[in-house]
Design a protein around this ligand. Structure first.
Ligand SMILES: Nc1ncnc2c1ncn2[C@@H]1O[C@H](COP(=O)(O)OP(=O)(O)OP(=O)(O)O)[C@@H](O)[C@H]1O
Length: 264
């Protein structure tokens, strides 16, 4: 499965939430969208899911343009920060619901629910209700519910933000384990650069609706293309030292030493 976004631009009134975004998400990779609040990450996920139509550009799944295809027919699985589990159903019923609605046979449903419950270590929770679960357990149930669907792509919007630090580390390991099993792209939104660097196979750094750089965590860390990426990525953040710009030929200064800092 390959999911691509090509030249995606999206306005909300005067606000340009996305500005000519081009990305390619491939099988078996966790692709992190990293950027500050309001940079357009969630909007991009919603465009991929079909919950929003872009003003310009295309969403392409396995070579086919899916603009205009309703969300229900795009076969995407979304995992949000509020897990949106149905409180009146058991964990088992929550995980099984989508398959049940699609008319999957009961034996097949049972086999899938139990298999995924084993991977995510929630077998002992299957007959509890969401209100009886801790945040970490509820988060695993939400992941399990997404995993049984065999989607073309997983879209995850800060799914771990409600967890405490220790649980978050464990949950990241679970998402990595999940990646080994599902073999479709996982697009993962976060504003937390530690999460991005530890989870992402590839990371796109976004700001103000634009993608500033795409690379592996190491590439972004070692060779940031601009000051925004350099200061946003890495912990502790990189120090940026103003440099006086000289022209390369003739030794004459292109800027007075007290003036231009040499970077944007
Ligand atoms: N439904 C909407 N109506 C109007 N403006 C919107 C709407 N959704 C998003 N925006 C604006 O579009 C821009 C991008 O928002 P988006 O939610 O995609 O950012 P984000 O990077 O996901 O932020 P956060 O990390 O805070 O969720 C913001 O300026 C936001 O105010």
């Amino acid at each position: 499965m390959v999911v691509e976004v090509k030249g995606i631009t999206k306005y909300f009134g005067e606000t340009k939430a996305l500005d000519d975004v081009n990305l390619r998400f491939e099988d078996g990779e966790i692709f992190v969208l990293l950027g500050p609040s309001g940079c357009g990450k969630t909007t991009l996920l919603r465009v991929i899911a079909g919950l929003l139509e872009p003003d310009r550009g295309e969403v392409v799944v396995n070579g086919k343009v899916v603009n205009g295809v309703p969300p229900a027919d795009r076969n995407v699985a979304m995992v949000f920060q509020n897990y949106a589990l149905y409180p009146h159903m058991t964990v088992y019923e929550n995980i099984a619901l989508n398959m049940k609605v699609r008319g999957v046979r009961r034996e097949v449903i049972d086999e899938k629910v139990r298999r995924v419950a084993k991977v995510l270590k929630i077998e002992q929770l299957l007959f509890k209700r969401p209100g009886q679960l801790s945040g970490g357990q509820a988060q695993r149930v939400a992941l399990a519910r997404a995993m049984v669907r065999d989607p073309s792509v997983y879209l995850m919007d800060e799914p771990l933000s409600n967890l405490d630090a220790k649980l978050r580390v464990e949950a990241r390991a679970e998402i990595k384990r999940m990646k080994e099993m599902v073999n479709v792209p996982i697009v993962y939104v976060t504003h937390d650069q530690v999460e991005a660097m530890s989870l992402g196979d590839k990371v796109a750094v976004m700001n103000e609706g634009r993608v500033l750089q795409v690379g592996t965590p190491l590439e972004l860390y070692d060779r940031p293309r601009n000051v925004f990426v350099a200061t946003f990525v890495g912990n502790p953040p990189m120090n940026v030292i103003p440099q006086i710009a000289f022209s390369s030929s003739g030794g004459s200064r292109s800027h007075p030493p007290w003036g231009n800092t040499g970077w944007e």
